[in-house]
Design a protein around this ligand. Structure first.
Ligand code: EPU
Length: 417
């Protein structure tokens, strides 16, 4: 088991490079199921979730190799159409193989993901869409069994915009017969990145990034080389890291146009963000102020940045009311932040954070990916030592976070116990 030991109080200085986006890499990897041949994905982050998706693709019969953030995926046709529980339970994004397997092979068996630390996270909308496209779906012993001779185009409306649901159906519809229209689709940049990649493979997708996506099915797709977009959540996390330590850093390879809501909100707290030729310069030169927050689907403020924003609000001046509207159980970091002296109360999906002068280092436990990031951020600002346990959550989604922070001057060590 590994832990992070952080001695807080050092303002971060220097520059940091942002890695490729986890949530763009995982669907890009799944999309390689749609076409035989050699696929190349660049700017791939070295993360546990990426390795898990690699293992899943290999289990299905593909070959994956990763060197210097370049992944080569060789697809000579799948020999297995089942995503087993052992892999799906460690990473919910495994559900992304359902749409492509069904569209390409007419059959797929994928374990139901089940709940996770941040909420129930059902996949009913993925299944509803596939059924509308002509799939026959059965739930059997914890598995989704889907069959279809050939999927057909359909008119699909999502009650809630779902990111992986939109991606799954976009991939399924790309090889269906006829036109599919997804209304109230997710608009996240990762959805748009997947559509760009797929269009270069020969798909006909329009409207990605807007709430109506139209996909005209084609008979086949071909492999291409694709470079995934930089991780906007990692970028946001480093902006908060600079802010919470009173630092001055340059974030390279960031795409500020994907971070409008995040940058605007953080600027309101007093963090200065300025676009440079290489990326983004972030400085915090004065006492930060509290701001209220409500998480929303893109282009709103992302739920994946809520925990990090809360860490910042713990030491801001005033009171911040934070409403989580996407996941029902995404306040697991609150109890841990309180162990560090934060003043937070929760009522339903609302957390009220009253800023304190200082956080104090403490042993804390990571519960999920973004909660772990918030504890690291709090540790960077706290007086004394913070020990963050269960950091395997962090390694699922942040590439070398501790090394990158250390390069910026943070006192942070990874220890084995
Ligand atoms: N939902 C349903 N039915 C469905 C699908 C979703 O009710 O069939 C609900 C969910 O329960 C949730 C809302 O819709 O309340 C939105 O969930 P969504 O499906 O968009 O989430 P996701 O696709 O499972 C992706 C990211 C998450 C991120 C969310 C929201 C990937 C691989 N994961 O999950 O990332 O929090 O979108 O933006 O893209 C993370 O990186 O830490 C992470 C959890």
């Amino acid at each position: 088991m590994e832990k992070l030991v952080i001695t807080g109080g050092t303002p971060l200085k220097g520059s940091v490079r942002i890695s490729g986006a986890k949530n763009a890499t995982l669907p890009a990897m799944a999309a390689t199921i749609l076409s035989e041949g050699e696929h190349i994905i660049k700017n791939v982050p070295l993360l546990r979730d990426v390795f898990t998706m690699g293992r899943l693709l290999e289990h299905l019969g593909m070959k994956c190799s990763l060197e210097n953030s370049k992944m080569i995926i060789t697809n000579k046709g799948l020999r297995n159409l089942e995503a087993p529980y052992e892999l799906v339970r460690t990473m919910r994004a495994s559900i992304l193989v359902l749409g492509p397997m069904l569209a390409r092979y007419g059959h797929a068996k994928v374990s139901l993901p089940g709940g996770c630390a941040i909420g129930a996270r059902p996949v009913n909308l993925h299944l509803m869409g596939l059924e509308k496209m002509g799939a026959h779906i059965e739930l059997e012993q914890g598995y989704i069994k889907a069959t279809a001779r050939r999927l057909h185009g359909a008119h699909i409306y999502f009650d809630i915009p779902t990111v992986t649901g939109t991606e799954n159906l976009m991939m399924a519809a790309s090889l269906a017969k006829g036109v599919t229209r997804i209304e109230n689709a997710a608009r996240e940049p990762e959805v748009t990145d997947l559509a760009h990649m797929m269009n270069r493979m020969g798909a006909r997708i329009s409207g990605a990034g807007e709430s109506i996506i139209t996909i005209e099915g084609v008979d086949e797709l071909s492999p291409i080389e694709h470079s995934v977009i930089p991780d906007r959540i990692e970028t946001g996390t480093f902006i908060v890291a600079a802010g919470i330590t009173g630092g001055d850093i340059e974030i390279m390879d960031a795409k500020p146009e994907h971070l409008d809501a995040i940058i605007t909100k953080l600027q309101e707290t007093g963090i200065e963000c300025e676009q440079t030729s290489k990326g983004l310069r972030v400085r915090a030169r004065k006492q930060l102020k509290s701001r209220d927050l409500k998480t929303m689907p893109y282009p709103g403020f992302p739920t994946d940045m809520q925990a990090q924003f809360m860490a910042l609000m713990c030491i801001a001046e005033g009171t911040s009311v934070i409403r989580e509207t996407i996941f029902e159980n995404r306040f697991m970091h609150v109890a841990e932040l309180k162990r560090m002296g934060a003043d937070i109360t929760i009522e339903g999906s609302t957390a009220t954070v009253r800023g304190v002068k200082h956080l104090k280092g403490a042993p804390v436990m990571a519960t999920d990916l973004r909660a772990s990031a918030s504890l690291v951020l709090a540790g960077l600002a706290a007086e004394g030592n913070t020990v963050v346990d269960r950091i395997y959550h962090l390694d699922r989604g942040y590439e070398a976070l501790d090394k990158k922070l250390k390069n910026l001057g943070a006192q942070i060590e990874r220890i084995k116990t």
